[in-house]
Design a protein around this ligand. Structure first.
Ligand SMILES: [Zn+2]
Length: 448
């Protein structure tokens, strides 16, 4: 008989206790945050004598060679003739002695010369319900559960696949709705896979327990989010004469905001309006949450090895083609070291393909071109052209998004210019002019 088969559908914490070629599945009790297991069935399995003394609330475990005495709620055990401190005491539950699962192999097994292995039988979370609902212009795939289930989403404009690490037992079929033309739920024992066919999807966004599919609609540009790079503990690049990139970025963004609002009459928000630290992820999240139509991250470049390097350059998110592009992205992505939420191994090695931005690849490229064209015409520093690289801050942005490197803070002459209000106005004006051209084309195309 297979225990695994029986218990995989049960949702209390269980342990498989293994001794030699035998094993038992034993249910634990949670006591003060620790999993405790009853000693009687474990002793039986491992050929240990078990005597429970109700009167003295103690239990004796013995073999031919050794003897352990445990007293309920006491952090000391007696082993043959000596005494040992133990971090968690044994406890009595329903007239049985319980011991922390964590210490059974190492403390009891070792001393009684029994090799006991414990394996926690993982619970499989349950997806209670899946449904589809229409919310404004969006179609929302919703999940209902008591314990959160992790899921992974892959999509193209025509198709999406969701894989959930949970079990779905509902047999009823779901009717497609809104932007979802067909859906097929495949329940497996340990996970659930949903295949969706989509139509007219502009973007989709993952939330804690839902996926929102946005419909492609002709949309006027109503909100622009400007993101002054770095801030707070993260200074960005620092000039030879002490200018912080974070300060120059903020100044330019503030001037640009004014230009856009005054001349284009488009609402503009800054991800930060003071010297404040923001994680890279929170900047894009801010734009997504507010439903921004355009996202512009403002930075200044640095080339520590080449102090002569200078000029204005605009990036969109795509795989870097040159070492120079890679170096600029690496420098800007270095802000991740300030982000305490990012685990050093996983998140920094991001995948070189961003689903959200891939939907706006063409628009982002066009936006970069429009800004760069104006920079070339209006600035008295070199225009270095449109580049592409893997900028973390542009990842996940559900809108055309670019990153601008306004000038080189590592170049002493440009560092001096970046301190000058007039120069910053010229930069902001060039960006504004490019943006204006882009918006005119963008809206015309959408209304077509
Ligand atoms: Zn920067």
């Amino acid at each position: 008989m297979s225990f695994l088969f029986i218990f995989i559908f049960s949702y209390v914490q269980k342990y498989e206790v293994i001794f030699e070629n035998k094993s038992s599945v034993i249910q634990s009790e949670m006591i003060e945050g620790q999993d405790y297991l009853p000693l009687k069935p474990i002793a039986e399995l491992c050929e240990i004598n078990y005597i429970f003394d109700k009167v003295h609330l103690r239990c004796i475990l013995s073999t031919n060679e050794h003897k352990i005495t445990l007293i309920s709620d006491v952090n000391i055990l007696k082993y043959d003739t000596s005494y040992l401190n133990i971090p968690f005491p044994p406890r009595i539950v329903e007239e049985e002695m319980y011991f922390p699962a964590l210490m059974i192999g190492g403390i009891l097994g070792t001393r009684l010369e029994r090799l006991i292995f414990l394996k926690k039988i993982e619970e499989i979370p349950i997806i209670e319900k899946i449904d589809l609902t229409i919310r404004g212009d969006s179609t929302v795939l919703r999940f209902f559960w008591k314990t959160p289930v992790e899921f992974d989403l892959q999509f193209t404009p025509q198709q999406a696949i969701v894989e959930l690490d949970g079990e779905y037992r509902e047999k009823a079929k779901l009717k497609p709705k809104g932007a979802i033309k067909s859906l097929n739920i495949q329940p497996y024992q340990t996970y659930t896979r949903i295949e969706l066919t989509l139509s007219d999807i502009n973007a989709c966004m993952e939330r804690e327990s839902e996926i929102v599919f946005y419909k492609k609609i002709a949309k006027k540009v109503e909100l622009i989010v400007l993101d002054p790079g770095h801030g707070g503990i993260d200074p960005g690049a620092v000039g030879k004469n002490g200018l912080y990139e974070k300060d120059a970025n903020l100044d330019i963004a503030k001037i640009l905001k004014k230009f856009i609002e005054d001349s284009l009459k488009i609402r503009t928000m800054l991800t930060r309006d003071r010297d404040q630290y923001l994680s890279l992820k929170s900047r894009t999240n801010f734009a997504n949450r507010n439903g921004a139509d355009i996202f512009i991250s403002i930075h200044c470049n640095a080339s520590p090895r080449n102090r002569q390097a200078r000029g204005f350059e605009t990036y969109f998110l795509s795989e870097a083609r040159t070492n120079e592009e890679r170096a600029v992205a690496a420098m800007e992505n270095a802000s991740l070291v300030f982000d305490e939420e990012i685990k050093p191994s996983g998140d920094i090695n991001f995948i070189l393909y961003d689903l959200a931005q891939s939907l706006f690849l063409e628009e982002s490229n066009n936006l970069a071109e429009a800004i760069q064209t104006k920079a070339e015409a209006l600035l008295n520093i070199p225009a270095r052209g449109v580049s592409q690289a893997d900028f973390y801050v542009l990842r996940g942005a559900f809108m055309p998004a670019v990153l601008i490197e306004c000038a080189f803070i590592s170049n002493p002459e440009e560092e001096r210019l970046l301190r000058d209000r007039k120069f910053k106005e010229t930069i902001a004006h060039a960006i504004y002019s490019g943006l204006k051209d882009f918006i005119a084309h963008y809206e015309r195309r959408l209304n077509h």
